[in-house]
Write a protein that binds this ligand. Sequence first.
Ligand SMILES: Cc1cc2nc3c(=O)[nH]c(=O)nc-3n(C[C@H](O)[C@H](O)[C@H](O)COP(=O)(O)O)c2cc1C
Length: 333
Amino acid sequence: MKEEDLLAYMKNNPYFLAPMAGITDCAFRSFMRKMGCGIATTELVSATGLKYNSSKTIKLMKYTEDQSPVGIQIFGEELEHLHNAAKYISDMGADFIDLNFGCPVAKVVKKGAGSAVLKDLVQLRKVLRAVKSGSSIPVSIKVRTGWDDQNRNTDEVAQVAYDEGIVWVAVHGRTRQQAYKGLADWEYINQVAEKAKLPIIGNGDITSASIAQKRLTDGHCQGVMIGRGCLKNPWIFMQSRGIAFQRNFNEMFDDLRGFLETHFDDYLTTLQYKKLAVWFSAGYPQSSHFRKAVFQLKEKTEVFEVVDQYFDKIQHLPMRDTSDEPFLMGGHG
Ligand SMILES: Cc1cc2nc3c(=O)[nH]c(=O)nc-3n(C[C@H](O)[C@H](O)[C@H](O)COP(=O)(O)O)c2cc1C
């Protein structure tokens, strides 16, 4: 996709879906687009894995047209692998490439990839050049605020990104050292966004539509990115955009089932469906009882039935706010 078209899309729908490994797969991205999300990205895939034609890597890169604009997120430390991955992704016809500089996982940073790149701006520039020179589509980056509290450097990272022709910088408002502890620092994100010469997409702890709207209108970000928030409230994007809708669990689960069954076999469909149904039950009565019951089941049809029964019962009940409860405190960004 041309850069101006991507940015025009962002202006129209500035509520990005955050990449989440093992969650925002092909089926989930199609589902979330139907539920109103903006620009979406695959989970991180290894540029080196692609070089060796890893079938796992290639599977993770799959997307469908309804997800457009959709980007493929890559990570790696070998410049040649990153350059070739950029070529491959451009030729595939994806809309953009996203580079992961946020992953805090030891196995990744030890090699000098993910958030480790934030410690070395010379290397950052080299990586950006390697990717840009292989790419014929826009390139974005996703970062943390820095390596640790003493080394928060998103201002400088954004300047390098701007110099190298990057389209936007998504900022998860925590340092690598913080992992998922504490809260995302939106004051810092906004300070960076105010000064940056390219769009900054703020990310971290957006648990409701009102927070999403506030982050967008009260600060300087041109977009906001929502991850875990849509796992408890699948309507968060529609609400954020002010789209009128009826909260209908039956319809929502029908759509989810459709996307899962299109992309996955029965085993994976059942696994993902259970996981998502349990997250969507957060904040409703008897949700822990429901969780236990559903995780004991193996048969797809049985799972569908138990999920329908539970959500029929709570359809008209309000959701309790659970945003202060720890939830998925680990990930690749
Ligand atoms: C389970 C999980 C997996 C994640 N995987 C990725 C990933 O592959 N790439 C990435 O850039 N960030 C990844 N992240 C980080 C999210 O994109 C996001 O930055 C983080 O969760 C904070 O946003 P949130 O509070 O809206 O969830 C992951 C997060 C979680 C919880």
